[in-house]
Ligand binder design. Structure first.
Ligand code: ARG
Ligand code: ZN
Length: 874
């Protein structure tokens, strides 16, 4: 069954309050829900009321305190219908039963290492009780939790605690009240034997908020970075967006079985423990940064998501795109803006661009769906954030803030739409933003071409721009979109040139707007031939094909004042080489790297005026998946892999001396701290070490082994291990064994060990992955373990997954089939690893198709997996 945006209409009934009573039991938790309901204006008297359910066991129903006769309702596992609701306000009480322990899908109420926990977004609440389970039904919740005190000493839900007490038989209870009306997907309950750390935060207006992070007893010491990140997030949202926290208490719970990263339930965020737990010996700099940004993301949802929610799930990007934008801005302000921008663009290109170019392409705001869980995608999140960023670019800091202020003021307490959101910016800044809606409605990555010429006689520089968005499933024709292009014209001395006047496009000082299919833009007062630096800061999520040649790119790499484009120049040069080298390899040839390019890299690597983190990014070659995407058709993954390994080796051996010096100067014996400076230093050191090893430098393997053995933090240890393993050196095996001994029993540290082995780029890695599935550190029931081992193999090991004999595809299809009945969401995600299968060369394409067809033919496939596989083959 397909749900369509155009079919939206409000519910006939509103649910004003919810009283939820949970009597916790591992297999038979009793849920009693009392809803106060009223027909909305315009609902005809007696219109039946149908509530959503999902696999529910019905127990009883009462209307206004009196038992209902079975003639008055129909209760099935998937729905409850009250045939003739009374007029006016009425109270419906329904009893259901659920089995948390048997809930392997991790949606609704489930258990994670003994802790009761919920996940309701998007449609999990209906697995707890019958409800109008959609985001535009906002209610005030009062939740009572009850259970045996020895097993569930801690009882938590949304809002503020209002009552607690002891009961007979060692039971106890707690009552929570959340005064803010919210949709059911933001409901949460947690119960278990949990420890916590606490702190306080004083808001801008002087209210003191109690902060708590709950975790398995014994892990409290690993929660302090998360708490620190939370306090910084709360302050930042006050300063940057004027948003204060609104309850007396803010709680976070870390659980080890969770499908996603985390969840923004009102006042009670639930986190995958991977995004909470950190200490220097078990977490890397990347983990610390990830924790900081996910904590920020979920906290920021309190305003963009909870106070203002979505009218329907088509508007998911309204909260997700905006909140990703906000967390990106937080990280940019807390750390380095250019470094953050570069890593976000890398993520966008690695995940969103391929999605947009393949069979799963969909608009940021889809027009229809069969399974909403399949739309928590890079397109909705990351491209959604890019659209918000384009608004900010076009409107400027003050204009953007004025639009946000109006949005918060006008829609607080509402379930809003993208149209509502855009209208706030249009009104606050008096700008026509109608065509911005195209960005939400059209799928596919636009290609922008730029050809330029300089005319000495008239001192003009002319830029011919075109845009083209490819057809995507269900959308063959695309209208031109408004594309903000931040630019500079770099003069012969390396500085940006003054522009007298711009003709042919709406333009501000350094941003021009491409709004037609084709536009010719003339810059006046340009007395020398400039090198255009276009799409600075990646000002729009497009593929840019500019006529800049190698000399221009080398010039930009040396001089561009925009750090993003400087980095991008290096990437473009590397990509050009990798594409040509891949072709050469397929012909049985080889292609040597351009010494000028290697020299330019060296200049950046050793420029101490640049941040180490930035220099590390500049030295990083495009990933194999980036090269796939650029080649686009008839891709031979083995040739791409060889091209990349070869280039890395050439750079490593050409710059051996430089890398050794870099490595030596970057070592530091001080105490570990995850601050941006030391993080950058460790990243650059790891990069230098990796080039030394890749270049086959004498003594490099020993150096890496020593780095591993003497490491005093996980970042250094893992970097050295990765270098040894990815370069397939003999010392990798004993180092992997040492690592396993060191971290035995530490699930998150062992996940890194599983991932690393899954990513070793050689065909027989598949056998290793199969063996590791029997290792005690692995469990198919835990999503983190599945992602660490199986997910890393499917998406992080092109050589293994794309084995020429199809064994990688066969293996992943088998896992999907095995996992699907237990946890459909995780199975469907894994299946999406095939999303670029149509771009493969013919042999692999045929093998991949066979596996997809084999999955598609399974009877009883979940809606999640069947939706993905049918779109993939469609
Ligand atoms: N709203 C959460 C976040 O972005 C993600 C929850 C997604 N859950 C799901 N079952 N698809 O922070
Ligand atoms: Zn989110």
């Amino acid at each position: 069954q397909t749900i369509r945006l155009d079919d939206y209409r409000p519910t006939d009934y509103a649910i004003e309050t919810v009283r939820l009573d949970l009597k916790l039991d591992p297999k038979r938790t009793q849920v009693t829900s009392t809803l106060s309901l009223a027909a909305r204006d315009g609902t005809r008297g007696g219109t039946p009321l149908t509530l959503d359910g999902d696999a529910l066991t019905f127990v009883f129903a009462e209307l206004d305190g009196k038992p209902l006769s079975p003639d008055d309702y129909v209760a099935t596992p998937d729905a409850f219908t009250l045939k003739r609701p009374p007029e006016g306000l009425f109270e419906l009480t329904i009893g259901t039963e659920t089995n948390p322990e048997g809930n392997s899908a991790l949606m609704g109420l489930f258990r994670s290492s003994g802790t009761y926990c919920t996940q309701c977004e998007p449609e999990g609440f209906r697995r707890i009780t019958y409800f109008l389970d959609r985001p535009d039904v906002l209610s005030v919740y009062t939740t009572r939790l009850e259970g045996p005190k020895d097993q569930v000493p801690v009882l938590l839900s949304n809002g503020n605690p209002i009552e607690e007490g002891e009961l007979a038989d060692g039971h106890h209870y707690a009552v929570w009240h959340d005064p803010y009306p919210k949709p059911s997907y933001l409901f949460a309950a947690v119960a278990g034997n949990l420890a916590h750390i606490s702190d306080t935060f004083v808001t801008a207006s002087g209210r003191t908020v109690d902060l708590r992070i709950y975790v398995e007893p014994g892990k409290e010491d690993r929660c302090h970075w998360a708490m620190d990140s939370l306090k910084r997030s709360m302050r930042w949202d006050e300063v940057r967006f004027g948003r204060e926290y609104d309850l007396d208490i803010f709680m976070i719970v870390a659980v080890s079985d969770f499908n996603m990263g985390a969840m923004e339930n009102k006042g009670l965020n639930v986190f995958n423990d991977k995004y909470i737990l950190a200490d220097p010996t078990t977490a890397t700099d990347t983990d610390y940064a990830g924790i900081e940004s996910v904590i920020a993301h979920e906290y920021f949802h309190n305003w963009t998501g909870d106070r203002i929610t979505c009218r329907d799930w088509f508007q998911l990007c309204l909260k997700e795109g905006l909140t990703v934008f906000r967390d990106q801005e937080f990280t940019s302000d807390e750390r380095s803006r250019p470094v953050k921008r570069i890593s976000d663009v890398r993520t966008l290109k690695a995940h969103q661009f391929p999605e947009d170019a393949g069979p799963l392409a969909h608009p940021v705001r889809p027009q229809s769906y069969r399974e909403i869980n399949n739309f928590y995608t890079a397109t909705v999140y990351e491209k959604g954030a890019e659209i918000v960023r384009m608004l900010a670019t076009r409107l400027g800091e003050d204009g953007f803030r004025a639009g946000m202020d109006l949005y918060f003021e006008r829609h607080d307490g509402e379930a809003a739409t993208i149209e509502d959101f855009l209208a706030c910016f249009a009104e606050a800044t008096d700008t026509d933003l109608d065509t911005m809606l195209l960005w939400y409605n059209q799928a596919g990555t636009p290609t922008v071409t730029a050809t330029s010429s300089w005319d000495a006689g008239s001192s003009t520089f002319t830029l011919k721009l075109t845009q083209n968005t490819p057809s995507t499933p269900g959308q063959s024709e695309k209208a031109p979109m408004p594309i903000p292009i931040r630019f500079g014209l770099v003069g012969p001395n390396g500085d940006d040139m003054e522009v007298e006047r711009i003709e042919g496009a709406e333009a501000a000082a350094d941003v021009l707007l491409l709004s037609e299919h084709e536009q010719t833009v003339v810059f006046h007062g340009i007395g020398a031939r400039p090198v255009p630096s276009l799409l600075r800061g990646f000002s729009a999520p497009v593929r840019l094909e500019a006529d800049t040649d190698t000399a221009d790119l080398l010039f930009l790499l040396a001089h561009d004042s925009d750090p993003f484009n400087r980095w991008n120049a290096a990437q473009t040069l590397a990509m050009d080489h990798l594409k040509r080298s891949t072709e050469a390899i397929r012909r049985g040839d080889t292609l040597a790297a351009d010494p000028e390019f290697i020299k330019a890299l060296e200049t950046v690597a050793t420029d101490t005026g640049l941040e180490p983190a930035y220099r590390a990014l500049a030295l990083q070659l495009p990933a194999e998946s980036d090269v796939f995407r650029e080649i686009a058709t008839d891709v031979d993954p083995a040739a791409v892999s060889k091209a990349r390994t070869t280039l890395k080796g050439e750079i490593g051996s050409a710059l051996a001396g430089t890398m050794r010096d870099l490595y030596d100067t970057l070592q530091d014996d001080g105490p570990y701290h995850p601050d941006p400076e030391s993080t950058g230093r460790r990243a650059l050191s790891a990069c230098a070490l990796d080039y030394l090893v890749a270049g086959g430098t004498d003594g490099a393997e020993e150096l890496a082994k020593t780095h591993f053995d003497t490491a005093r933090n996980m970042t250094d240890r893992l970097a050295a291990l990765s270098t040894l393993a990815m370069n397939r050196l003999p010392s990798a095996e004993p180092a992997l064994e040492d690592y396993a001994k060191m971290f035995e029993g530490d699930a998150l540290a062992m996940d890194k060990w599983l991932s690393m082995q899954a990513m070793i780029p050689q065909p027989d890695t598949l056998d290793r992955v199969r063996e590791l599935m029997d290792h005690p550190a692995f469990s198919i029931a835990n999503p983190n373990r599945v992602r660490a081992l199986i997910g890393a193999f499917a998406t992080g090991n092109a050589t293994g997954f794309h084995r020429a004999d199809g064994a990688g595809y066969h293996f992943i299809a088998n896992i999907v089939i095995e996992l699907d009945p237990k946890n459909p969401q995780v199975a469907a995600r894994l299946l999406a690893a095939f999303r670029s299968w149509r771009s493969l060369e013919e042999g692999r394409r045929t093998l991949a198709r066979q596996e997809l067809e084999r999955v598609a033919e399974r009877a009883d496939l979940s809606r999640d997996s069947s939706d993905i596989v049918s779109r993939m083959l469609g």
